[in-house]
Design a protein around this ligand. Structure first.
Ligand code: C5P
Length: 222
């Protein structure tokens, strides 16, 4: 396709969402937050009474998940059967279910076309776990963000605490460790750095420093 794709991958809590949003704003690209799509799918399955532990998810249930994306500048609104679920999918239990459901090849397959179709509507910043490796192997720029586990857990802890959510740091840390393990060890599209991705360690960087770094790399390469 003639449209530009910037792929941003990395583990949970590494700062992908913040970077992707700021980058999309700066470049006037659409934002494609693919974690949000896994969350909508998880919400739909939970509502259908499907547990993440079910041995096999019936194909017709996956095909029947009606997701619509609306782009507003660098923001995404998500609709499930015409219901705006943008806020709902941020709930912790939906995130945990998304992490478990996303291990399944049938779930990943069901979301592949939706992700690729977005790239046909305009230039995009695509953010997730397998953007550069599987979904958009042809992306013109690929970034792989990393940061120490404790730092990622700390950022996530602050984010939740700022929202007024009462939670223990130790629980956030353990949840993040478990998510990392599931992301890296699943057989279908595990979290791996694409061969041609540029890796950026954000452990000691602020969100704005990461943005500046990425923009200067993009300028150097184009
Ligand atoms: O990034 P976020 O926490 O919103 O993603 C929810 C879950 O979806 C993650 O825990 C991750 O396991 C999964 N995911 C994925 N592939 C993507 C994006 C997210 O497996 N491209």
């Amino acid at each position: 396709s003639k449209n530009l794709v910037i792929a941003i991958d990395g583990p949970a809590g590494v700062g992908k969402s913040t970077l992707a949003r700021k980058l999309a704003e700066r470049l006037s690209f659409f934002l494609l937050d693919t974690g949000a799509l896994y969350r909508v799918m998880a919400l739909d399955l939970l509502r259908k009474g499907i547990s993440p532990e079910i041995p096999e998810i019936p194909e017709e249930l996956l095909n029947d998940c009606d997701i619509r994306i609306e782009h507003e500048n660098a923001q995404m609104r998500l609709f499930l059967r015409n219901e705006d679920v943008t806020a709902l999918i941020r709930e912790e239990h939906v995130g945990i279910a998304a992490s478990k459901f996303s291990m399944r090849p049938e779930v990943r397959r069901a979301l592949l076309w939706l992700q690729r179709r977005t790239a046909e509507t305009g230039n995009i910043v695509a953010e997730g776990r397998d953007m550069g490796s599987v979904v958009f192997p042809w992306a013109q720029a690929k970034f792989f963000l990393t940061a120490d586990l404790e730092v990622r857990a700390w950022r996530r802890f602050q984010e939740l605490t700022d929202k007024g959510i009462k939670i223990e740091f130790q629980d956030v840390l353990e949840d993040m460790r478990a998510r990392d393990f599931r992301d890296r060890t699943r057989s279908e599209s595990p979290l791996v750095q694409a061969e041609d991705a540029i890796s950026v360690d954000t452990t000691h960087m602020s969100a704005d420093q990461v943005l500046d770094r990425i923009i200067s790399i993009i300028r150097e390469h184009t």
